[in-house]
Design a protein around this ligand. Structure first.
Ligand SMILES: [Zn+2]
Length: 139
Protein backbone atom coordinates (compact mmCIF):
# COMPACT_ATOMS: atom_id res chain seq x y z
CA UNK A 1 0.00 0.00 0.00
CA UNK A 2 1.45 3.38 -0.94
CA UNK A 3 1.93 5.75 1.94
CA UNK A 4 -0.61 8.30 0.69
CA UNK A 5 -3.37 5.67 0.88
CA UNK A 6 -2.56 4.73 4.44
CA UNK A 7 -4.74 5.87 7.29
CA UNK A 8 -3.67 8.70 9.51
CA UNK A 9 -2.43 7.40 12.84
CA UNK A 10 -1.52 8.77 16.19
CA UNK A 11 1.56 7.12 17.63
CA UNK A 12 3.53 8.00 20.72
CA UNK A 13 6.91 6.92 21.94
CA UNK A 14 10.02 7.84 23.82
CA UNK A 15 13.33 6.77 25.25
CA UNK A 16 14.29 4.42 28.07
CA UNK A 17 14.47 7.05 30.83
CA UNK A 18 11.43 9.00 29.67
CA UNK A 19 13.21 12.34 29.23
CA UNK A 20 12.21 12.32 25.57
CA UNK A 21 8.60 11.72 24.61
CA UNK A 22 7.23 12.29 21.15
CA UNK A 23 4.00 12.04 19.22
CA UNK A 24 3.29 11.42 15.56
CA UNK A 25 0.01 12.30 13.96
CA UNK A 26 -0.06 11.44 10.29
CA UNK A 27 0.70 8.69 7.83
CA UNK A 28 3.43 6.36 8.97
CA UNK A 29 5.62 4.26 6.69
CA UNK A 30 6.06 0.72 7.95
CA UNK A 31 9.38 -0.39 9.36
CA UNK A 32 12.61 -0.88 7.43
CA UNK A 33 15.48 -2.77 9.02
CA UNK A 34 18.73 -1.03 8.08
CA UNK A 35 21.91 -3.09 8.05
CA UNK A 36 24.34 -0.28 7.22
CA UNK A 37 27.49 -0.10 9.31
CA UNK A 38 26.48 3.27 10.77
CA UNK A 39 23.19 1.88 12.11
CA UNK A 40 25.06 -1.14 13.44
CA UNK A 41 27.60 1.00 15.29
CA UNK A 42 24.96 3.37 16.59
CA UNK A 43 22.37 0.80 17.69
CA UNK A 44 24.65 -2.09 18.57
CA UNK A 45 22.74 -4.12 15.99
CA UNK A 46 20.83 -3.27 12.82
CA UNK A 47 18.46 -0.32 12.85
CA UNK A 48 14.67 -0.47 12.65
CA UNK A 49 12.91 2.66 11.53
CA UNK A 50 9.38 3.73 10.75
CA UNK A 51 9.06 6.79 8.53
CA UNK A 52 7.09 9.93 9.23
CA UNK A 53 6.90 13.48 7.98
CA UNK A 54 8.96 15.73 10.18
CA UNK A 55 6.09 18.22 10.29
CA UNK A 56 3.88 15.53 11.82
CA UNK A 57 6.35 14.68 14.58
CA UNK A 58 6.18 16.59 17.85
CA UNK A 59 8.95 16.14 20.40
CA UNK A 60 7.92 17.23 23.89
CA UNK A 61 11.37 18.26 25.12
CA UNK A 62 13.73 18.91 22.20
CA UNK A 63 16.47 19.95 24.63
CA UNK A 64 16.76 16.33 25.83
CA UNK A 65 17.67 15.19 22.31
CA UNK A 66 21.28 15.27 21.16
CA UNK A 67 21.84 15.27 17.42
CA UNK A 68 24.90 13.58 15.97
CA UNK A 69 25.87 14.25 12.36
CA UNK A 70 26.73 10.67 11.41
CA UNK A 71 27.56 11.44 7.78
CA UNK A 72 27.18 14.03 5.06
CA UNK A 73 23.80 12.43 4.43
CA UNK A 74 22.06 12.45 7.77
CA UNK A 75 22.01 13.13 11.48
CA UNK A 76 20.86 10.87 14.31
CA UNK A 77 18.97 11.93 17.40
CA UNK A 78 19.29 10.22 20.76
CA UNK A 79 18.38 10.91 24.38
CA UNK A 80 21.05 12.98 26.09
CA UNK A 81 20.49 11.12 29.37
CA UNK A 82 19.91 7.44 28.62
CA UNK A 83 21.30 7.30 25.09
CA UNK A 84 18.14 5.76 23.65
CA UNK A 85 18.27 5.96 19.86
CA UNK A 86 15.26 7.77 18.52
CA UNK A 87 15.58 9.49 15.15
CA UNK A 88 17.34 9.30 11.81
CA UNK A 89 17.03 12.47 9.77
CA UNK A 90 18.46 12.87 6.27
CA UNK A 91 19.62 16.46 5.84
CA UNK A 92 17.02 18.71 4.20
CA UNK A 93 14.49 15.87 4.07
CA UNK A 94 10.84 16.45 5.00
CA UNK A 95 10.85 12.85 6.29
CA UNK A 96 12.40 11.48 9.43
CA UNK A 97 13.01 7.93 10.60
CA UNK A 98 11.65 7.06 14.05
CA UNK A 99 13.31 4.12 15.79
CA UNK A 100 10.60 1.45 15.78
CA UNK A 101 11.54 0.13 19.19
CA UNK A 102 10.89 3.53 20.75
CA UNK A 103 7.22 3.45 19.79
CA UNK A 104 4.63 2.69 22.43
CA UNK A 105 2.94 -0.65 21.84
CA UNK A 106 0.83 -1.59 20.07
CA UNK A 107 2.09 0.47 17.12
CA UNK A 108 0.00 -1.36 14.55
CA UNK A 109 2.91 -1.16 12.12
CA UNK A 110 4.32 -3.88 9.92
CA UNK A 111 7.71 -4.48 8.35
CA UNK A 112 8.60 -3.69 4.76
CA UNK A 113 11.97 -5.40 4.61
CA UNK A 114 15.71 -4.99 4.92
CA UNK A 115 17.94 -2.31 3.38
CA UNK A 116 21.70 -2.06 2.94
CA UNK A 117 21.95 -5.82 3.27
CA UNK A 118 25.36 -5.70 1.54
CA UNK A 119 26.63 -4.13 4.78
CA UNK A 120 25.03 -6.70 7.10
CA UNK A 121 27.19 -8.10 9.89
CA UNK A 122 28.27 -11.75 9.80
CA UNK A 123 26.62 -13.01 13.00
CA UNK A 124 23.03 -13.32 11.76
CA UNK A 125 21.10 -14.43 8.71
CA UNK A 126 18.23 -12.60 7.08
CA UNK A 127 15.37 -14.94 6.25
CA UNK A 128 15.39 -15.61 2.51
CA UNK A 129 11.66 -14.88 2.18
CA UNK A 130 11.97 -11.36 3.56
CA UNK A 131 12.30 -8.46 1.14
CA UNK A 132 15.90 -7.35 0.79
CA UNK A 133 17.63 -4.42 -0.87
CA UNK A 134 21.45 -4.50 -1.14
CA UNK A 135 21.52 -0.70 -0.80
CA UNK A 136 18.91 1.97 -0.29
CA UNK A 137 15.26 1.00 -0.82
CA UNK A 138 14.22 1.39 -4.44
CA UNK A 139 10.53 1.98 -3.95
ZN1 LIG B 1 16.25 9.00 27.98
Amino acid sequence: MSDDKKPTRILTGGCLCGAVRFRVEGRVRDVLFCHCSMCRLSHGHYGAYAGVKQAELTVEDESAVTWYRSSDVARRGFCSICGGRLFYHPHESPFIGVAAGSLDQPSGLGTIGHVFTDDAADYYTIAADEKQYPGAPTR
